[in-house]
Design a protein around this ligand. Structure first.
Ligand code: PGA
Length: 255
């Protein structure tokens, strides 16, 4: 696992954007896995800026988002469809047919989830998956538990996730209780993973994921088993890492 330390959120976003931009330059038809939430907002801002400056071309890029709240229509301002549209998609030259998100509603959830997995496979699998991390160590909406789902599935959100995400809704009661999320297998199959974490309220989850035992109780800890993960942290999110005393020598980058 490569761990890069950023001074602050702004620098984290710039570093993440540079990594994504380099991947697109190397492979213009990149299959890019995308995340939502507060953490990648700066990344999207930077990518839009690079596009506007003529540095990046998304015309061949294919995207798959990690998850969507179950029960929300795409035009609901709280949906991840809406988030992606307003924060990223409408500002770059991605082709509509290359954009994929799990639907917020489905007649047949099982078939819909299977179709999402099939679409990822048909696109050749995900080259680079961007991830945030929940305060409880979830990735996508794969919540801590005795077992984890491998593939895209409907999941009940953990109470702490509902509480954490209430800030994006009118009230906690408005937060959907379920979501469709890529599974741990879908995420682990990505050829490269970029995990971003910012802020002191992520410090516990970051330490548990990077330095704790590999356990379904901390879904992000499974990333220790992935061969190509880059983690970008700001200082606040790195506070509980035991390895921090050795940062200068032992960690790939220090700011
Ligand atoms: P956040 O969410 O970026 O809004 O903190 C991350 C997550 O819950 O995965």
């Amino acid at each position: 696992m490569e761990v890069l330390l950023a001074r602050d959120y702004h620098q984290l976003s710039q570093m993440a954007a540079r990594l994504v931009a380099a991947a697109i330059k190397e492979k213009p038809a990149l299959t890019l896995g995308l995340a939502t939430g507060a953490t990648p907002l700066g990344l999207y801002r930077e990518l839009v800026r690079l596009y506007q400056e003529g540095e990046l071309d998304f015309s061949q890029v294919v995207t798959f988002n990690l998850d969507e709240y179950y029960g929300l229509f795409p035009d609901d301002p709280c949906s991840y469809h809406y988030y992606m549209e307003t924060n990223f998609f409408q500002h770059v030259n991605l082709r509509r047919e290359n954009i994929h998100l799990p639907p917020g509603r489905a007649e047949d959830v099982t078939a819909t989830c299977a179709a999402y997995e099939a679409a990822i496979a048909a696109a050749g699998g995900i080259d680079l998956q961007v991830l945030g991390i929940g305060r409880n160590g979830h990735i996508g909406f794969n919540e801590p538990g005795a077992a984890l789902n491998a593939t895209t599935h409907l999941i009940d959100l953990a109470p702490e996730t509902i509480r954490a995400n209430a800030r994006f809704f009118a009230s906690i009661n408005a937060v959907p209780r379920q979501a469709i999320s890529m599974g741990m297998g879908s995420i682990m199959k990505a050829r490269r993973i970029l995990l971003l974490a910012s802020g002191r309220d992520k410090a516990w989850a970051v330490a548990a994921a990077l330095e704790g035992p590999v356990t379904t109780r901390v879904p992000a800890s499974l990333l220790q088993l992935h061969p190509r993960v880059t983690v970008i942290l700001d200082r606040a999110a790195s506070r509980q890492l035991q390895g921090k005393a050795n940062r200068d020598e032992g960690w790939p980058m220090c700011y």
